[in-house]
Design a binder for this molecule. Structure first.
Ligand SMILES: Nc1ncnc2c1ncn2[C@@H]1O[C@H](COP(=O)(O)OP(=O)(O)OP(=O)(O)O)[C@@H](O)[C@H]1O
Length: 351
């Protein structure tokens, strides 16, 4: 079901944890809210789930108002499933018991409960673990039980609060696959919150960047990466160099840009004007060039598997440049660099 937030706010004392958030999440979409610790992600999720009353704005789920002025539907009336970081399984029940519980409370007959429980456990590949207790499972398996319980609830909307945060890195990758498969199988609208940009990129149809309670930008992962709205988004998604430049000409979505005394062509948003600007250049957009390029002194080089990522400074400048180099480079080496592409940050962007 769709989730529509209009100007939603929530304060704790004088602290605006969620500050005028508007979002339109489509039916069946996998939507990730990404932001640093304390930016208001969990509060936003709790407002949608109905675990917290809001101060202002409205929330609609599946076309129905669930929260707004003088309106607060309780969590159980919103038909949303919630998966928390801490799994929230009942320790005294078996795996099957945990999954069956919402079906039993919905008043289904015993045979139907057993059949649907078995189906849900099969979907998350835990059929063989039905009689185990949660304590006897791995973290990833417990997370899958929580997913199966959401499936059993029949929730068309699933909210996930950093469900992979407690898992080992190798298990996280596998669980990402599982969550993506679960989303495909269930077709449920999924709102997933995380502070891990790699996880967000791997899962999302769209990502919203939340910063001090406000949405900076909501777009597909590739758009956030290639056309960030401001320096904070550019810094949060992927690795980049942001340098001062002067735009000397604009031709639709392309701009001619002077950087470090050289002229390059970059992308820009419609309405970009000429004059001083800042440009975002990703390490893979920097190439080693010949004569007349930006002479750059390498200060650090890190092996990133298949290539080295080097950090340098253009001679006579204090602005750093990140570049991917296919061969080993040494500190102190001077590389002639050129920008093959880049993005002119829209004027008015913060940071
Ligand atoms: N019940 C509360 N009372 C007072 N302040 C709160 C309460 N809940 C959250 N906050 C504050 O609101 C802000 C947002 O908290 P929230 O838990 O939503 O952030 P978050 O982005 O989920 O962070 P993290 O990634 O660290 O979990 C924080 O500054 C937090 O201290």
């Amino acid at each position: 079901m769709s989730i529509v937030l209009t100007d939603v706010s929530k304060a704790f004392g004088s602290h605006r944890a969620v500050d005028g958030v508007s979002l339109d999440i489509g039916d069946g979409e996998f939507f990730v809210v990404l932001g640093p610790s304390g930016c208001g992600k969990s509060t936003l999720l709790r407002l949608i789930a109905g675990l917290e009353p809001l101060d202002g704005g409205t929330i609609r789920i599946g076309g129905r108002d669930v929260a707004g002025p003088r309106l607060h539907l309780p969590p159980e009336a919103r038909n949303v499933g919630v998966v928390f970081q801490s799994y929230a399984l009942w320790p005294h029940m078996s795996v099957a018991g945990n999954v069956a519980f919402p079906l039993q409370t919905a008043g289904l007959a015993g045979a139907e409960v057993a059949r649907r429980t078995a189906d849900c456990l099969a979907t998350v590949e835990l059929g063989a673990f039905a009689e185990r207790r949660p304590a006897d499972l791995s973290g990833g398996q417990r997370q899958r039980v929580a997913l199966a319980r959401c499936l059993a609830q029949g929730a068309r909307t699933i909210l996930m609060d950093e469900p992979l945060a407690n898992l080992d890195p190798h298990l996280r990758g596998a669980m990402e696959e599982e969550i993506a498969a679960f989303h495909r199988a269930s077709g449920a609208t999924t709102l997933f919150i995380t502070h891990d940009q790699r996880e967000a990129m791997a899962l999302a149809d769209r990502i919203a960047i939340l910063w001090q309670g406000q949405i900076l930008q909501a777009d597909a992962p590739d758009v956030l990466y290639s056309r960030p709205a401001d320096a904070r988004v550019a810094g949060f998604i992927g690795r980049s160099t942001i340098v001062s430049a002067v735009v000397t000409g604009v031709y639709g979505p392309r701009a001619r840009v002077d950087v470090f005394g050289q002229t390059f062509e970059m992308s820009c948003s419609v309405g970009t004007g000429t004059g001083p600007a800042r440009v975002v250049v990703r390490p893979e957009q920097v190439r080693i060039a010949g004569e007349g390029a930006i002479e750059t002194v390498i200060e650090r080089a890190t092996y990133r598997g298949g290539h080295w990522e080097a950090l340098g400074r253009a001679q006579g400048s204090d602005q750093p440049i990140l570049v991917n180099v296919p061969h080993k480079v040494s500190v102190g080496e001077v590389l002639p660099l050129a920008f093959e592409a880049g993005w002119v940050l829209p004027v008015g962007g913060h940071g």
